[in-house]
Design a protein around this ligand. Structure first.
Ligand code: HEC
Ligand code: HEC
Length: 234
C-alpha cells in the first residue's frame, strides 16, 4: 500500500465514521422525548429523582446503568417487585433483607419520599430503552434458570419447569405435586404449539380447566422452552 492510499483510507474512514456517529446521535436526541415519555414527567417523578439523589441511592444501585454495582439495578424494579414491594423494601429494609448477605441501610425515608420514589421508578421503568437491562428482560430466562442450565446441566425448558411452580401441581418421573396430572407422556400426540397454547391459557382450551393461566408467570421465551421440553416427554 502506498502512503497516498493509506492517507485516503484514513481520511474517508474517519469522516464516514464521524458522520455516522453524529447522525446516530442526532437521531437518538430527536427521539428522546418519545422514548422517555417526557410528557409523563410529573412533579412527583421529579421529586422522586431528587430523593434518589438526596439519599445517594446511586452509591450502591445502578439505574439506567449508572451507579454502584453493589446492589441490584433499579431501572425495571417496578416490574421486578411491584410498587407495593418497593414501598415495603424502602420502609423496612432491615426486615425485607434480613436474610440477605448484602444489606440495604434503613434511611428513615418519609412516607412522601417513598411515594415520590415509587413514581420515579415507575417512570424510569417505562422508558423505551430496547429492553435493557438484560437481567430483567422478559425475552430471556431468569438468572435462576440460567444457573440451573449451567450448573445442573438440564435443558432450559426443564429449568423453567422446575423453577416456575409447575411441580407444585405436576409430577414428572414420579416427583412433584398431584393436583394436576403427571406429565410424563404429555408429548404424545401433541405439538409444541398445542402445549404452549394450553399452558398460556388452559381455560381457553378447556373451559373446565383448573390450571391457572401462566401467561403472566412465564416470559415468551420461558413459555416456548417449557413447551418444547414437555413435547419431548412421551
Ligand atoms: C449501602 C448500600 C445501599 C444504599 C445506599 C441503598 N441501597 Fe437499596 N439495596 C441495597 C442492597 C444490597 C439491596 C439488595 C438486597 C438483597 O436483595 O440482597 C437493595 C435493594 C433495594 C431495592 C429492592 C431491589 C430488588 O430488586 O429487590 C430497592 C427498591 C432499593 N434497594 C431502593 C433503594 C433506594 C430508593 C435507595 C435510596 C433511598 C437505596 N436503595 C439505597 C443497598 C443499598
Ligand atoms: C395450581 C396447579 C397447577 C400449576 C401451578 C400448573 N398446572 Fe398444569 N395443569 C393443572 C391441572 C389441574 C391440569 C389438568 C387440566 C386442567 O384442569 O386444567 C393441568 C394440565 C396441564 C397440561 C395439559 C396436560 C394434558 O395432558 O393435556 C400441561 C401441558 C400443563 N398443565 C403444563 C403446566 C406447566 C408447564 C406449568 C408451569 C408453568 C403448569 N402446568 C402449572 C394444574 C396446574
Amino acid at each position: 500500500m502506498t502512503k497516498k492510499i493509506a492517507f485516503w483510507i484514513f481520511l474517508i474512514g474517519t469522516l464516514s465514521s464521524a458522520a455516522l456517529f453524529l447522525g446516530a446521535t442526532y437521531d437518538t436526541h430527536r427521539q428522546v422525548g418519545t422514548l422517555a415519555n417526557v410528557d409523563k414527567l410529573s412533579d412527583q417523578v421529579v421529586a422522586g429523582k431528587r430523593a434518589f439523589e438526596k439519599y445517594n441511592c446511586n452509591d450502591c444501585h445502578t439505574i439506567l446503568g449508572f451507579g454502584g454495582y453493589y446492589a441490584p439495578d433499579l431501572t425495571k424494579v417496578v416490574r421486578r417487585v411491584g410498587e407495593e414491594g418497593i414501598r415495603y423494601r424502602l420502609k423496612s429494609p432491615e426486615v425485607a433483607f434480613a436474610n440477605s448477605p448484602r444489606k440495604m441501610p434503613q434511611q428513615n425515608l418519609s412516607g412522601q419520599e417513598i411515594t415520590d420514589l415509587v413514581a420515579f421508578f415507575s417512570w424510569v421503568g417505562e422508558i423505551n430503552n430496547n429492553d435493557w437491562p438484560p437481567q430483567d428482560s422478559k425475552k430471556r430466562l431468569s438468572r435462576g434458570e440460567q444457573m440451573m442450565v449451567a450448573k445442573v446441566g438440564v435443558s432450559p425448558g426443564a429449568a423453567v419447569f422446575q423453577t416456575k411452580g409447575c411441580m407444585n401441581c405436576h409430577a414428572l418421573h414420579g416427583t412433584g405435586g398431584t393436583f394436576g396430572p403427571p406429565l410424563d407422556l404429555v408429548g404424545r400426540g401433541k405439538t409444541i404449539e398445542e402445549i404452549e397454547h394450553y399452558i398460556q391459557n388452559p381455560g381457553g382450551v378447556n373451559p373446565k380447566a383448573k390450571m391457572p393461566p401462566q401467561k403472566d408467570n412465564l416470559s415468551q421465551r420461558e413459555l416456548e422452552e417449557v413447551a418444547r421440553f414437555l413435547a419431548t416427554q412421551k
